[in-house]
Write a protein that binds this ligand. Structure first.
Ligand SMILES: Cc1cc2nc3c(=O)[nH]c(=O)nc-3n(C[C@H](O)[C@H](O)[C@H](O)COP(=O)(O)O)c2cc1C
Length: 420
């Protein structure tokens, strides 16, 4: 068919003009694959983002090694791809999950990340550092192994089910210190490791989320009780990080509907507090790079049935960069991108498809993810051995000795309880 002649002919009446516009739109590149300028972070060539995924593949000093350079290099090979690096401890006191999670507080850790950043940049892609502090999600015994003097802390003193002790609520001095640790980690990432931006991990039951939710925040001072009080710590962190590296380099990740770490029995309505927080962020930091929100259908990294929506946040963030993640298939992402201006994060699909962007672009079937490879410490298996679509190599076999995230945490706790 001669398309130029067809569309020329269609431009003859108001009715046929509509037909022609529709025809042109349906023939053009789907919005998911169209460029997006992400403020001063970068010129993205498409709207597919690699969501942050913790993989425990660093060495036992919180340092990423060569295998992570290769891992991120492969996933950023399409120029203009945005990668959000795996969650990274802002300080040793913010740790307590595994020793193999990266940090960004010392030179060795910064150098490890810098190699990753350089590899991503060599591909013409972009990478953001995710800033992480565990609070009560830490395993007290692991924290103790890090350094016996490190306190096990949270917003309040509500004990996690199955954990040996209750956390100590952060004092005002601790809060000030944490805020500064976030800012310093952001500076280390931007100034020393060369990241394009930083993302504050405010979701999934970690320390910022612990302040935001009633089930974990039983404080009676100005950091607990009202929406304004529960959002205070998050706002202080976002402002300090923005002051440290520039608000146009900072993203904030939230997960209003997450109920990880035993808040399952009780669901408070997150809308008032999260709504307040997002309104305040918008007002105080009008140039913040983006808001990143996890869909209610995802709990940890499992699909659940939950008839809720993040539209209240979309409404509050209208006209600004909004990133969504959680449970997207190719079809869902195509459809969602077409009707919004949102960036779409993929987590599990990026784990098992190093060439995810190309597969989505060319509609090539995906290799399904395999949970047994998610968190296995230090190993190469299930990390850099997933084949690209144009490679003739087998999918890595399941890891029979593997234990998955929360199972890992319970296994450590069980071992500790049994005195092993
Ligand atoms: C193995 C694994 C590790 C994860 N680690 C992180 C993390 O470090 N930081 C974070 O914010 N979310 C983390 N997540 C959540 C993902 O970023 C994402 O929100 C979730 O997997 C849902 O997206 P998906 O359906 O595309 O996988 C992790 C998920 C998985 C499966």
């Amino acid at each position: 068919m001669n398309l130029s002649r067809t569309s020329f002919k269609l431009h003859t009446s108001p009715h046929t003009t509509r037909v022609s516009t529709h025809l042109r739109a349906s023939m053009s590149t789907p919005k998911l694959f169209q460029p997006y300028k992400l403020g001063s972070i970068g010129e993205l060539k498409h709207r597919i983002v690699m969501a942050p995924v913790t993989r425990n593949r660093g060495n036992n000093k919180h340092v990423l090694v060569e295998r992570s350079v290769e891992h991120y290099r492969a996933r950023s090979v399409v120029p203009g791809t945005l990668i959000i690096g795996e969650a990274t401890y802002i300080a040793q006191k913010a740790s307590g999950y595994t020793f193999h999670v990266p940090g960004i507080w010392n030179d060795e850790q910064i150098a490890g990340w810098k190699k990753v950043v350089d590899a991503v940049h060599a591909n013409g892609s972009y990478i953001v550092l995710q800033l992480w502090a565990l609070g009560r999600a830490a395993i007290p015994e692991v924290l103790e192994q890090e350094d016996p003097s490190l306190p096990y802390v949270s917003a309040g003193d509500i004990q996690v089910e199955g954990v040996s002790k209750a956390p100590r609520p952060l004092t005002h001095a601790d809060i000030k210190e944490y805020v500064q640790l976030y800012a310093q980690a952001a500076r280390n990432g931007m100034e020393k490791a060369g990241f394009d931006g930083v993302e504050i991990h405010g979701g999934n039951g970690y320390i910022i989320d612990q302040f935001l939710k009633d089930r974990t925040n039983n404080r009676t001072d100005e950091y607990g009780g009202s929406d304004e009080n529960k959002a205070r710590f998050a706002l202080e962190v976002v402002e300090a990080v923005a002051n440290a590296v520039g608000q146009d380099k900072v993203g904030l990740r939230l997960a209003p509907w997450q109920t990880r770490f035993d808040y399952r029995l009780y669901r408070d309505d997150p809308k008032p507090t999260f709504g307040y927080l997002v309104r305040q962020v918008r007002e105080r930091l009008p140039d913040l790079a983006y808001l990143h929100v996890i869909e209610p259908r995802i709990q940890d990294s499992f699909e659940i049935e939950l008839n809720e929506t993040n539209d209240f946040l979309r409404e509050l963030w209208k006209g600004k960069t909004y990133m969504t993640a959680g449970g997207f298939t190719r079809e869902m992402a195509l459809e969602h991108a077409e009707h919004t201006d949102e960036l779409i994060g993929f987590g599990r699909a990026f784990i098992s498809n190093p060439d995810l962007v190309e597969r989505l672009q060319k509609n090539i079937p995906l290799t399904p993810h395999d949970r047994t490879h998610f968190y296995t410490l230090e190993t190469e298996v299930g990390y850099n051995d997933y084949p690209r679509h144009d490679e003739d190599k087998p999918i890595p076999p399941p890891n029979e000795n593997a234990i998955a995230s929360l199972e890992y945490v319970s296994a450590v706790r069980k071992a500790v309880n049994e005195g092993q």
